[in-house]
Write a protein that binds this ligand. Structure first.
Ligand code: SF4
Length: 292
């Protein structure tokens, strides 16, 4: 990735900082899947709640809230995410077997839970999966492989395979990168949890979803249209030029600009003038090639 000119770096940083300043970060967490791990104060609950919430965080927030609410109600009836995961839950699992969200089914979530339980019993935490050498992609690949084995499922169902997507296939692994952001970035802003030390914020990769990719395209940060690992890495390397110690610093505000409906994906005479990114944004008018 070529170095951006210093002036461009400064301008981007200025506007993205302004976006953060204009976003009520704490209030927006209510509309974000990070709200699930944020319900808990015990880091053991936060860690396992983060895994479950991130696993189902695909598609529209309004749609994945229904199965997540039901799943977390069941966890809480068992003493919370950690206690339920570590307990002998099978006799009570019937209550969530009927759950489904797109191709993920209740039995897939139960298998994920079984894998997490084995890992926590053997290694003490999910964080332990991410220790060791190498870039985050390698660590993530090893962690997913261990979790898959720990589920004891063979063959792995389509739903479980999706919940435990691996970077080995080239996927952007948005949900894993989101989970890692929650666990690793500091909690001061009132968004992430900052409970892990196995990784440093500088190691993180941008969780690229449709909103983030679209807005990054409008800003000219990438020309790639695919939400792949390569795109995520390319964008992370650019953002690291703005903030080397914390390249995913802008992720939440960028994603919320889309999730909130404030960015319509095209230039809108009513909303765009008040957007902090307006002066840098190359979005086209509705229906044009640069709208999305
Ligand atoms: S299209 Fe409008 S709201 Fe969306 S990023 Fe561009 S200026 Fe902001």
């Amino acid at each position: 990735m070529p170095r951006l000119p210093l002036r461009r770096v400064e301008t981007l940083r200025q506007h993205l900082d302004a976006l953060i300043d204009a976003t009520d970060l704490a209030a927006r967490t209510v509309h974000d899947p990070v709200s699930y791990p944020r319900r808990y104060t015990d880091p053991r609950d936060q860690e396992i709640a983060g895994l479950y919430a991130a696993s189902l965080a695909f598609g529209k927030v309004d749609l994945f809230r229904r199965p997540l609410d039901a799943w977390f109600d069941w966890l809480d009836r068992g003493g919370g995410p950690y206690a339920r995961t570590l307990s002998d839950f099978e006799p009570e699992a019937g209550a969530v077997e009927q759950l489904y969200y797109r191709w993920a089914r209740g039995p897939d979530l139960i298998a994920l839970m079984a894998g997490a339980r084995t890992v926590i019993r053997e290694q003490g935490s999910l964080e332990a999966l991410f220790g060791g050498p190498g870039p985050v992609r390698d660590r993530l690949g090893r962690a997913v492989s261990t979790l898959r084995d720990a589920t004891g499922s063979s063959p792995i169902s389509r739903g479980l395979g999706y919940l435990l997507a691996s970077p080995a296939g080239g996927s952007a692994c948005k949900r894993w990168n989101l989970f890692l952001r929650w666990m690793v970035r500091p909690a001061e802003e009132g968004v992430d949890l900052g409970i892990w030390r196995a990784l440093d914020p500088a190691d993180l990769v941008l969780p690229v979803d449709t909103h983030v990719l679209r807005i990054c395209t409008f800003l000219g940060l990438t020309q790639r249209r695919d939400a792949s690992w390569r795109t995520a890495l390319e964008l992370t390397e650019i953002l690291a030029q703005l903030c080397p110690g914390d390249p995913v610093r802008y992720d939440f505000a960028l994603a919320q600009l889309g999730i909130s409906g404030r960015c319509l994906g095209y230039r809108d005479p009513l909303t765009c003038p008040s957007c902090p990114l307006d002066r840098l944004c190359a979005a086209g008018s509705k229906g044009s090639a640069t709208s999305a």
